[in-house]
Design a protein around this ligand. Structure first.
Ligand SMILES: C[S@@+](CC[C@H](N)C(=O)[O-])C[C@H]1O[C@@H](n2cnc3c(N)ncnc32)[C@H](O)[C@@H]1O
Length: 260
């Protein structure tokens, strides 16, 4: 990836190529030294990362989008195709690079929220690059407080779900280079994080609207129980390609028809 970046060609073209010039070799060596010496992730070194077929700008202000997060988009696409999502806009809570918002905007307008102004600059740049003006609206805010009640068709979230103690055990590449606020929740525990996210989501969701959240390894059953306790219906766990529960979903119940 680093050599393809230096040469300005795709990885496929790189395989078909025979040799590189000295100048490119020198620039490649500098990047390899930085990767090996400092552990800086490749996505930051080359300034981009692919997500859902989109080439997204990334730097140290945002989390590098992970392939397993595409599962949220896959599930949203399924629900939309089945006609099970009420009319209305979508919300991406904690947008970071804007990966979820930009991908989801193929179907609906998206409100992309983040508490970090720095991260929103990256999300805005990605929206400007890939999306028609106004289709993704980037707004700074803590949680979902800025959204009108019962106004959104789905809340997508990939919250910072690593606890402070797990953070210490993370790979150095992640711990040193990726933004701490994108990884570690403000809340003191995983239940506290999801309890708040669920409560805020239930306020802003339209009846029949969907809550779709990524969860950390081993958290799915606990989060599904919290989702049921919060009052969501149709709660389910969706596994990633490795078979680990990765997305928890649920639906704000429709009001029951009056008796008689
Ligand atoms: C795990 S990252 C996810 C980024 C991106 N959505 C993705 O999937 O790659 C979590 C994001 O949530 C943001 N965040 C953390 N606490 C927040 C809060 N209280 N309200 C809104 N956003 C928050 C962080 O700044 C970070 O960008």
């Amino acid at each position: 990836m680093l050599l393809a970046f230096v040469l300005g060609i795709s990885r496929g073209h790189l395989l078909a190529r025979d040799g590189v010039d000295v100048e490119a070799e020198g620039r490649f060596a500098v990047l390899v030294d930085e990767r090996v010496g400092t552990g800086r992730p490749v996505a930051y070194l080359i300034g981009s990362r692919e997500f859902w077929g989109l080439d997204l700008l990334v730097d140290e202000r945002v989390l590098v989008p992970r392939p397993e997060t595409e599962l949220l988009i896959e599930r949203l696409a399924q629900l939309l195709a089945e006609g099970r999502v009420p009319r209305g806009p979508l919300v991406d809570r904690g947008t970071g690079s804007g990966c979820l918002a930009v991908a989801a905007s193929a179907w609906r307008p998206v409100l992309a929220l983040d508490v970090e102004a720095d991260a929103l600059q990256v999300a805005r740049a990605n929206a400007a690059r890939h999306v028609a003006r106004g289709r993704v609206q980037c707004v700074q805010g803590d949680g979902l407080a800025s959204i009108a009640p019962a106004s959104v068709a789905a809340v997508l979230a990939n919250p910072p779900y690593i606890t402070a103690s797990e953070f210490a055990a993370l790979d150095e590449d992640v711990r040193v280079h990726e933004p701490r606020r994108a990884l570690v929740a403000d809340e003191e525990s995983v239940p506290a994080l999801y309890t708040r996210l669920l409560a805020e989501s239930l306020v802003v969701l339209l009846p029949g609207g969907w809550w779709l959240s990524e969860v950390g390894a081993g958290q799915a059953e606990q989060v599904a129980a919290l989702a049921r306790a919060a009052g969501l219906a149709e709660v389910a766990i969706r596994p990633d390609l490795a078979g680990h529960g990765r997305v928890v979903e649920g639906r704000r119940p429709e009001p029951s028809p009056p008796p008689g």
